[in-house]
Design a binder for this molecule. Sequence first.
Ligand SMILES: [Cu+2]
Length: 129
Amino acid sequence: MKRGAHLRRLLIFFGCGWWLMLTACGTTVPNHTLTLGSSDFTGPTVIEIRAGQNVIFDDPSSSGGYHVLLTGTGGNFTPSTGAPPPLNSTAGLILTAGQSQTITFPVAGTFGITCTIHPGMAATIIVDP
Ligand SMILES: [Cu+2]
């Protein structure tokens, strides 16, 4: 009887431990990076974050290029409610090789990202509430 209760307490203790660890991991802001190549995205093209988190648009000096990124598809701008201003404009987010920009997505939604220079470029940023 006593041994059973002890074991149960131990299980609860470790259960909470795991839960706390997972919660702690969830609250640290991981680096979500969209990597640019010379005329494409070279890393994952679907990035899922939570509202308020950042996406690093990384244009490496060695392998990057000149890009004008904005919301839309096929190189064409489509206004997207809730998308961050630099991306949500015809001017776009301009990046050249060696540059990196950290963009905060404060509003939940699914945002398609394309490039006016390279219409084939397509990435999706999913922002969970
Ligand atoms: Cu481009």
